[in-house]
Design a protein around this ligand. Structure first.
Ligand SMILES: [Zn+2]
Length: 267
């Protein structure tokens, strides 16, 4: 498969698998693993315009991973398989692009071990791909209303759950307590782990929890989070249709948390 700058080569919404004989001239090849009786690799083409030209042989085009994850989420088992492949490929390609040098001595490193390690030939150090955990928490109050917050750097009407990176020395739970307190002034309790999702933008895994708060005295920090409110199930559809608020896309764990709370598909 072909990956470049956070995008994957697709045709009719599905990943394009290119035979090794036809693959574009490669800047990087990463072995992704065994799929049935075939070996899969991700190829980063030397020519960044591969798949971006309108000559689009057979309708092929590069699609950003976020959009691909949304569209593939509607394609059942095949879509789930391709989401995993595309997430892994983009995560590794991005890591290579962002880590060309040894973090200790500064010399140029080279890919090895099928692209899962970069080695520094000067001091012999191996450097491994990073994954940065982040927590996301669906918070409800005593009336079972859901907390929806707006982050300053999001598009204007977007609302979602509170979330943040796990800091050094923290457990996931401690990160959740701290982020909720910092961003909303609320003290969350009853954290329950739900699921996790790779989120290679650029190198995260989202760890999802539900949690409860006794107080609804929201005090947003005003810098990261500029607005937050509790929303009932009855209110949510109207906020989307009438006030134009935008919630997380299908296929994201944020959306799943919201639909778990809502009790089904959000119209
Ligand atoms: Zn080095």
């Amino acid at each position: 498969m072909v990956v470049h700058s956070g995008s994957v080569l697709t045709v009719d919404g599905a990943l394009v698998e290119v035979s090794p004989l036809n693959r574009p001239d490669a800047e990087l090849v990463v072995y992704l693993g065994r799929d049935g009786n075939r070996d899969l690799a991700a190829v980063v083409p030397r020519d960044p315009n591969v798949g971006r030209n309108d000559d689009g042989i057979g309708g092929e085009r590069m699609v950003g991973l976020r959009d691909f994850l949304v569209s593939a989420s509607g394609r059942g088992v095949d879509g789930a398989r391709e989401r995993e492949i595309a997430s892994t490929a983009v995560a590794l390609a991005t890591w290579h692009a962002n880590h060309p040098r040894c973090s200790v001595c500064g010399d140029v490193t080279v890919p090895t071990h099928g692209g899962w390690v970069r080695r520094c030939d000067r001091d012999g150090r191996d450097h491994f791909p990073r994954t940065d955990p982040a927590v996301i928490i669906a918070i409800t109050d005593e009336e079972d209303r859901l907390l929806l917050a707006h982050a300053a750097y999001w598009s204007p009407r977007r609302f979602s759950h509170l979330a943040g990176y796990v800091e050094p020395g923290e457990s996931f739970e401690q990160a959740a307590y701290r982020e909720v307190r910092e961003e909303s002034g609320l003290d969350v309790t009853d954290l329950v782990y739900v699921a996790s999702q790779p989120w290679p933008f650029p190198a995260s895994v989202m760890v999802a929890f539900t949690g409860r708060v006794a107080s609804t005295d929201i005090r947003v920090d005003g810098t990261e989070i500029t607005e937050a409110r509790f929303v009932s199930r009855e209110e949510l559809p109207g906020l989307i249709s009438d006030e134009g608020i935008v919630v997380a896309p299908r296929g994201s764990i944020a959306r799943r948390l919201m639909e778990d709370w809502f009790g089904g598909d959000i119209p």
